[in-house]
Design a protein around this ligand. Structure first.
Ligand code: MOS
Length: 755
């Protein structure tokens, strides 16, 4: 099905099942510990051996020698695979090129060997007996010191630089100006489930039980890496304990397991140990961002500029912090740039709303600072600069970007396309009322509650709504049961549930008559889970397949598909009605289809919007910040399931608190690695850090987005949160911190005197 005209009324609009806050259909499996995660797959193949990955102890240089003798002689050892004996591997593109290193070393903890043994303990013990000599080369590990070498680069299909009007001139002429630089930290995804794979070869056929957000990419990248046809590889990833972007691409667990299983001639399972993950796999790059805003005295933005610098290994893209500044606020003169400098730290790549999350962390403090200079309420300042069309220049079509396989940005025929739907102003209005914004004191440091300094902050939330093709197969059996199969993944987001709701709505059956099977490369290729495109695009694919199945059912029943009504397990036409089970016949009916998106995303800018409200208390003596209240108001199209969507948004808000107050990978700039590479040293919020969170979804449908009239919503929830926290801290204390995370040491000496 091609979606190229805005949706009109369709079966989803009944909202008997879709739009209802139903419980997760996979909930009982999760809460009883019976959902089979990758490393739990003891049952799928017999005789599994254990692989333990050895990582490089240097960040850059060469392996001079590897002495495997002691490790090979250790108890239980079956095989040791290194670059020397692994056989020929493809060089690969940016995502796969470094999954097995040696003799050249490209980053710290790069995988250089996997030791296979009968037990995990034997593999681990033997791994520590591998003797390696290195020659260390000088590397670049400090973003600030290489910032000026940064070239421009493209990421996620967006051009690196844009310019409209005369930014420099308009900024210089503006009566009110802000020029400030912000820093965000290197961050680690820190999903609960580590990267893990069970690999088994059957002749030339490879099966991987793994944990991966994008099944088809995993198959393709593995095929390329090993130099075998895609048809020879099956990837299964039905349950995933969080990904946050870290599992968008193939990682070393999968490649090392496949190589180890080939060498050991039996199935091998590999899990990356927690303390190995931050340096071995991927992280979000730190950024340095300069924001300049010029405005008239009554708060009209006349010039807005945003430059962002980040680091990555050669060939990698930037953390494009300036992206949302092209679309969020009006202003006739503008410039943005996203530059990336080469660093020899581990790979930087997509994490939890890449680009917008750190970008808004900077921009939305700048908006708060500017509002203060203008003596305007920060909400009023944002509303005054609302725009219903994209104010920036059109993005040039991007060259194919090896780092990001996200959908290509298509050339926009209209240089300033209208937003398909934009309710940013309404989000602020609803939120201000609900949160009690009128009680905020504009002057900082005015509100005390015992030892706590109290403040409120806001920020805009903005994240693009990407749509991408997605296929599904739907089966109706003679009992009237519906089974959906698609290689879509559920990374903890609720895919199983909203897909079941979609099929139930379309076929007119109750939810318990629908079975959803996901995460298997033998199913039709879906959009996968990433960039908040998964919910809308995958259910649209299921919608398309169900439309075909409805036609097949109608035909079988002798009805005209156009006026057949599917409800209560029956298909009805006029006054004739038959049970679905009957229409299916003994052999059942199967339909498969693909949703493909036309050019509506070129003619309209499709984005999601929100407003974040935060109240904090800062300990007047110690500078400790505690978040006291949070509210997110989201305008993100139709909400397919308010319960799962709320869970997505409160999870994202929690991540925003992490970015604001805690999360930072500390770089050892001498030796080039992340020092705090485990969950003891890398802090994320826990329950005790998170207060009452409230989420309001504006009643919205977006027929331009898809037949579901939905949009992405998950990543919207993180975008802007960090700045809302920072702005609340400023309102509480009068201390403006421009580098994240806002730990108490950055506040302590600047707090008002304790009275
Ligand atoms: Mo998301 S960071 O694209 O998984």
């Amino acid at each position: 099905m091609k979606f190229d005209t805005p949706a009109t009324t369709n079966p989803i609009d009944q909202l008997k099942v879709v739009g209802q806050p139903v419980d997760r259909v996979d909930g009982p499996l999760k809460t009883t510990g019976t959902a089979p995660y990758a490393y739990d797959r003891h049952d799928v193949v017999p005789n599994q051996a254990y692989g333990y990955v050895v990582g490089s102890a240097i960040a850059k240089g060469r392996i001079v020698s590897m002495d495997l003798a002691a490790a090979k002689a250790a108890p239980g050892v079956i095989a040791i695979v290194t670059a020397q004996n692994a056989g020929k591997l493809a060089k690969g593109d940016f995502n796969t090129a470094r999954l097995l290193g040696g003799p050249e070393i490209q980053h710290y903890h790069q995988a250089i060997a996997v030791v296979v043994a009968e037990t995990f303990e034997q593999a681990r013990a033997a791994a520590h007996l591998v003797r390696i000599e290195y020659v260390r080369a000088k590397g670049k590990f400090d973003l600030a010191s290489v910032k000026n070498t940064a070239g421009t680069a493209e990421s996620n299909g967006a051009t690196a630089e844009t310019a409209v009007g005369n930014f420099a001139g308009a900024y210089a002429a503006a009566p009110v100006q802000l020029d400030a630089t912000y820093e965000t930290a290197n961050e680690s995804h820190s999903m609960m489930e580590p990267h893990a794979t069970v690999a088994a070869w059957d002749g030339g056929q490879l099966t991987l039980w793994t944990s991966n957000q994008m099944i088809a990419w995993a198959v393709g990248d593995m095929a390329k890496t090993l130099g075998i046809p895609k048809e020879k590889i099956r990837v299964l990833s039905p349950y995933i304990g969080g990904g946050f972007g870290a599992k968008l691409f193939l990682r070393s667990d999968a490649v090392m397991a496949a190589l180890a299983a080939r060498a050991a001639r039996r199935p091998v399972k590999v899990a990356l140990q927690r303390a190995f993950i931050p340096n071995n796999t991927v992280h979000r790059s730190a950024t340095i961002q300069r924001v300049r805003i010029g405005a008239t005295r009554d708060g009209q933005i006349t010039a807005i500029g945003h430059e962002s610098w980040s680091g990555n290994l050669p060939g990698g893209g930037p953390e494009a912090g300036a992206i949302q500044t092209r679309a969020l606020y009006a202003g006739a003169n503008r410039m943005t740039s996203n530059r990336v400098a080469v660093l020899d730290l581990p790979e930087a790549n997509a994490m939890r709303a890449p680009n917008e999350a750190p970008g808004l962390a900077a921009l939305e403090i700048a908006m708060d600072e500017m509002a203060e200079k203008l003596a305007m309420d920060p909400i009023e300042f944002r509303i005054r600069n609302d725009t219903q069309v994209v104010p920036d220049s059109p993005a040039k079509p991007a060259s194919s970007d090896p780092q990001s396989k996200k959908p290509e940005q298509k050339e926009k025929p209209n240089p300033h396309p209208p937003f398909s739907k934009r309710q940013l102003v309404q989000c602020f209005q609803v939120g201000a009322k609900r949160f009690g914004w009128d009680k905020r004191k504009p002057q900082p440091g005015q509100v005390r509650d015992g030892r706590w300094l109290i403040g409120m902050g806001v920020a805009s939330a903005f994240r693009d709504n990407l749509v991408t093709k997605s296929a599904a197969r739907v089966r109706l059996d003679r009992h009237g049961n519906v089974t959906v199969e698609t290689d879509m993944t559920d990374i903890g987001t609720g895919s199983y549930t909203i897909i079941a709701q979609t099929a139930a709505e379309m076929m007119g059956v109750p939810l318990n008559k629908v079975k959803v099977r996901l995460g298997d490369s033998s199913f039709p290729v879906s959009c996968g889970s990433g960039g908040q495109w998964g919910g809308n695009s995958s259910t649209s694919g299921v919608y398309a397949a169900c439309m075909k199945l409805r036609e097949a059912v109608a035909q079988k029943a002798g009805f005209n598909a156009g006026d057949a009504v599917f409800a209560d397990g029956q298909v009805r036409s006029g006054d004739r009605s038959i049970p679905l089970a009957g229409a299916a016949g003994d052999r059942g009916l199967v339909a498969e289809d693909l949703i493909e998106f036309g050019d509506l995303d070129k003619r309209f800018q499709q984005s999601t919007f929100g407003a974040h409200f935060v109240e904090v208390g800062v300990d007047a003596a110690t500078g400790e910040t505690r978040v006291r209240r949070m509210l997110a108001v989201c305008a993100a199209g139709r909400i397919l399931n308010p319960k799962t969507a709320r869970s997505q948004v409160i999870g994202a808000m929690t991540m925003g608190v992490g970015a604001a107050l805690m999360e930072e990978l500390a770089v050892d700039t001498r030796y080039g690695f992340f020092v705090n590479h485990d969950l003891a040293g890398y802090e994320v919020p826990v329950h005790a850090d998170i207060p009452h969170q409230e989420v309001i979804f504006l009643d919205e449908t977006d027929p331009i987005s898809s037949p579901m009239k939905a949009k992405g919503v998950a990543e919207l929830g993180i975008c802007g949160v960090a700045a809302a926290v920072a702005n609340a801290i400023y309102n509480a204390t009068g201390v403006r911190v421009r580098d994240y995370p806002i730990t108490l040491d950055k506040l302590l000496e600047r707090l008002p005197p304790v009275t």
